[in-house]
Design a protein. Sequence first.
Length: 294
Amino acid sequence: MTITEPAWAKLNLTLDILGKRPDGYHDLRMVMQSIDLCDMVSITFKERRGITLVTNLNYLPRDNSNIAVKAAELFFQETGIPPVGLTIRVDKHIPVAAGMAGGSSDGAAVLRLLRRALAPELPDRALEAMALQVGSDVPYCVRGGTALAEGRGEVLTDLPALPDCFLVVCKPSFPISTPELFAQVRLRQLRCHPDTAGLSTALYNGDLSGVCRRVYNVFEDMLPRKYREVGEIKRQLMDLDAAAACMTGSGPTVFGVFTDEAMARQASEQLRQEYPQTFLTRPVGRCAPADKCG
Ligand code: C5P
């Protein structure tokens, strides 16, 4: 039997860092949004025990340093369900080390698939608690849609859907390491913080321009000079008439928000000439909760 799920990429409409925690992580406040750029994750149950990972990107790890494998191992450990043999197939389309939670989203898809097949009664909260042990963004990726994420990223509040728009997503050729960027955070040097409450209110009012005015990521303020291409892509998006442009997560991917499809298409075609990993995307809603999946 093979079952498949899309693993949606995410964008940060806001990302704020509130403080350093005793456990070494940071307290965050972010508005997250799923987009229709996705990896496809499938699970095939097999006779022989053990977990095999197959992927179209041969440089990705295939042991439990890959989040998809780690998630499967954790699922059996935490539910107490005796481990069965699995082949996990991950067809990657989301750029790697890009700030779009590609790996976290694959792990979340594995958790949703295993729940669907082996433990359909497992509530969302339990799956999300498991997900936090896999990574800070994984609980959000389990549910997706539009959500406020606080704490390490696991304290989730659903928000009204982002009003329909077009999101041009552009990944420059270099990666940025998330732990490396977090290590550079100097809280007292952060000059600006996003108005996350105002952005949430704009979502409640279905006010896309109110959202666009408040899109902001504090990491942009502390990017080393070697990553200045991020600012250049932002400027290009604004020159191409984006209503807002911002880096997502720990970067380096930048997205632009457009209300007009033709303008978004033109912007994505223009940027793609220089940056092959440019995508024209749209927002996606929440994944089906536990009682609706299967
Ligand atoms: O949880 P995850 O393994 O995805 O986090 C990757 C790294 O990002 C952590 O090792 C940590 O350096 C940083 N991080 C953080 N605070 C968070 C989330 C991530 O400092 N809330």
